[in-house]
Write a protein that binds this ligand. Structure first.
Ligand SMILES: Nc1ncnc2c1ncn2[C@@H]1O[C@H](COP(=O)(O)OP(=O)(O)OP(=O)(O)O)[C@@H](O)[C@H]1O
Length: 243
């Protein structure tokens, strides 16, 4: 079976402000069913690496395979259906009810014609089921802006899940959340991993949380992988970094 994600020597163009490429020779393989924490100081290239996996970053060199399929403009539509992405900050439409934000996850799959008079009934049913699964059934028709940060982040997870992805990429899903909300969001990711077998790759800044939830850590420094292994003694991997 092909790895879920396979990166070979990824390199972006030279950045004059950084005096190096943002990604500077990244190679790694992530297998189906792994829970990986992507770590590193600010500016190390973590978000850029995640975004490159869904074709959002021009690469000067290297290639990416998702489920054995090389990422290119022709394969991207299919690949994006296999990958759910949680962007930094959630990217929700705050004035819409929770359920409508979840349904937005279907926009890439449904044609304009299919959604002209609203989303099909079975899509709405599926959105409600996912909200229920994430403990948010009661909030389905509440305006998203009225929900707590943790609830909003779980709505963003629900929006990613409605396309039934095999892989979930999360960019700092718990940044700015309080301790309880962090736990709820991380527990949600953990359940998706253990109960549905979804491959999870998440950018985290808290090494303790990474060690608690992930099986594997990939640490970036200045666009390169400087550690790839178990989540033990992660603090040591950060000593001597350039930042
Ligand atoms: N589109 C872009 N054009 C120019 N520079 C960029 C672009 N995107 C990112 N950068 C720069 O590349 C570097 C890496 O950015 P990236 O967001 O990938 O880092 P990160 O490890 O996710 O950091 P953080 O932890 O702060 O989110 C940063 O110095 C950033 O300013």
């Amino acid at each position: 079976m092909s790895p879920a994600i396979e990166c070979h020597n990824l390199k972006t163009a030279y950045s004059p402000s950084l005096q190096r490429p943002i990604l500077n020779g990244i190679s790694c393989q992530i297998h189906h069913g792994e829970f990986v924490a992507l770590l590193g100081l600010n500016g190390a290239g973590k978000s850029t690496l995640l975004r490159s996996l869904v074709g959002l970053v021009p690469l000067e060199r290297g290639n990416i395979n998702i489920n054995g399929v090389q990422v290119n403009p022709r394969t991207l539509p299919q690949i994006r259906q296999d990958i759910g992405m949680l962007f930094q900050g959630g990217g929700l439409i705050r004035q819409l009810p929770a359920i409508d934000n979840v349904l937005c996850g279907k926009l890439g799959i449904r044609t304009t014609w299919q959604t002209l008079f609203g989303f099909p009934k079975h899509d709405r049913r599926q959105a409600l089921e996912i909200l229920e699964q994430l403990g948010l059934r009661a909030q389905a028709y509440q305006k998203t802006s009225q929900l707590s940060g943790g609830q909003q982040q779980r709505i963003a997870i629900a929006r990613a899940l409605i396309q039934s992805p095999q892989i979930l990429l999360a960019d700092e899903p718990i940044t700015g959340l309080d301790v309880m909300a962090c736990k709820q969001v991380m527990d949600t990711l953990s359940q998706l991993h253990s109960q549905q077998g979804i491959t999870i790759v998440t950018v985290l800044h808290d090494l303790g949380i990474a060690a608690e939830y992930a099986q594997r850590a990939i640490v970036l420094d200045a666009g390169r992988i400087v550690y790839d292994g178990v989540c033990e003694n992660l603090q040591a991997q950060f000593s001597g970094m350039r930042g």
